[in-house]
Write a protein that binds this ligand. Structure first.
Ligand SMILES: [Zn+2]
Length: 410
């Protein structure tokens, strides 16, 4: 409080601030201008190590959720900010927890990136001027069940052939929302196009890629309509809903994460339901295209879009040709800003001894006929790893599939 204000008025102002804090539900004990952290909302995750009210700095880590996967996702709200002041945020964790630029938002809907943080051995320090009394900070733009619901409502409204459905209820009894878009033409068997994201809960960018794809598919774009005419498309924007809501990492969770669960006895309900639906729909399809969306590691080489493909020796010549054509089409369409320059890696035994339990390998192994199954990884360490950047990757992925199918007909 500036000292030239008479003490009585200062007391009144302070009392009013406390009343406002009570009315607006600010955390108990927080005085106006006193920084506080909240994470009690879907996807929230933080462990506060220290808040320095003088320095206006916060030191945090992702919350620890034992058994629920890597400790790398963080998302929280800061209150008590003096509008216009600059906050210093230091995040401690492994490389996967420390994006070069953090995501921040005033309203939890529109997300921007901070300036590049300063890295030390196991911390990253971001500074951000905040023009409001509250702000959200996160590893990346969060994608929560409410975003999935909004996407499905949009698809319903835009596209007559879209039907939202619940893939399953999770082990913690939450719905797993999904959408199915029926082909518009009825001549002959359709192509099955299956797009899923977020088998690893921390990889929020992958859900935004799925969202960008689905929004484009339901648009009036001529090439989106061409895809809709021939494809039965299923989009599952979040496979591991429980860990997304919990704010846990999910990767390598107990007993195994979703993308090591594609066996004959899956533990996770979403995997079992997806397997069943894939089996049924693929049997009715003349071609199955399966795409599993992820965010990769923090290293430089991982930051351009790349594909994990099925090991060559596990594929017939015909399937190798299909995979190569999809990669070629993707190279032509997925150009910028998060371009795909043809980088593919085989996700086989050399990558993981449990490679057969990875979704795309299960699809290739268990589904008959013409099948192409890939993982697409989108970098999260770039200035374009934003909501709009991820959506662009999704739209370009749709264009790539459309081109692939058009060229396959020739
Ligand atoms: Zn992943």
């Amino acid at each position: 409080m500036p000292h030239h204000i008479p003490r009585g008025i200062a007391r009144l102002v302070a009392a009013a601030a406390v009343c406002i804090a009570l009315l607006t539900g600010s955390p108990a004990g927080a005085r106006a201008g006193e920084l506080a952290v909240e994470s009690d909302f879907p996807g929230g995750s933080v462990h506060v190590d220290a808040i320095d009210q003088e320095a206006r700095s916060l030191r945090i880590q992702p919350a620890d959720h034992p058994g629920k996967g890597w400790r790398c996702w963080w998302f929280f709200k800061v209150t008590g900010i003096e509008p216009g002041e600059t906050l210093t945020l230091t995040v401690k964790g492994g490389g996967f927890a420390l994006p070069n630029q953090a995501a921040w938002s005033l309203d939890g809907r529109n997300w921007r990136q901070t300036a590049r943080g300063k890295r030390s051995k196991n911390t990253m320090t971001y500074t951000q001027a905040v023009p409001a009394s509250e702000a959200y900070f996160a590893w990346g733009p969060p994608f929560l069940p409410r975003h999935a619901e909004a996407l499905l409502a949009h698809a319903d409204a835009q596209c007559d052939a879209a039907d939202r459905f619940v893939l399953c209820r999770t082990r913690e009894d939450r719905p797993t929302p999904a959408v199915r878009i029926e082909p518009e033409a009825s001549d002959g068997k359709p192509i099955l196009l299956w797009v899923q994201a977020r088998q690893h809960a921390w990889e929020s960018g992958s859900s935004w890629v799925a969202e960008g794809f689905a929004r484009w598919l339901c648009s009036e774009d001529e090439r989106a309509r061409a895809l809709r005419r021939q494809c039965r498309t299923v989009v599952v924007p979040i496979m591991d809903v429980d860990n997304v809501v919990r704010g846990a990492g999910g990767k390598n969770q107990h007993p195994q994460d979703h993308n090591r669960d594609w066996s004959d006895e899956p533990h996770w309900h979403a995997v079992a339901a997806a397997q069943g639906m894939l089996r049924d729909l693929s049997a009715e399809a003349r071609l199955t295209v399966f795409i599993d969306l992820h965010n990769p590691g923090p290293g430089k080489r991982d930051q351009e879009v790349f594909f994990y493909t099925c090991p060559r020796e596990s594929l017939s010549d015909a399937r190798q040709a299909l995979q190569a054509s999809l990669v070629t089409a993707a190279r032509a369409e997925m150009t910028a800003p998060l371009g795909f320059r043809g980088q593919t890696r085989e996700g086989g035994a050399g990558y993981d001894k449990n490679w057969k339990r990875i979704s795309k390998n299960w699809v290739a192994d268990r589904l008959d006929g013409p099948v192409v199954a890939v993982t697409i990884e989108t970098g999260w360490q770039t200035p374009h790893s934003t909501l709009e950047g991820y959506r662009t990757v999704g739209r370009q992925m749709g264009l790539a599939v459309e081109r692939f199918l058009r060229e396959a007909r020739r």
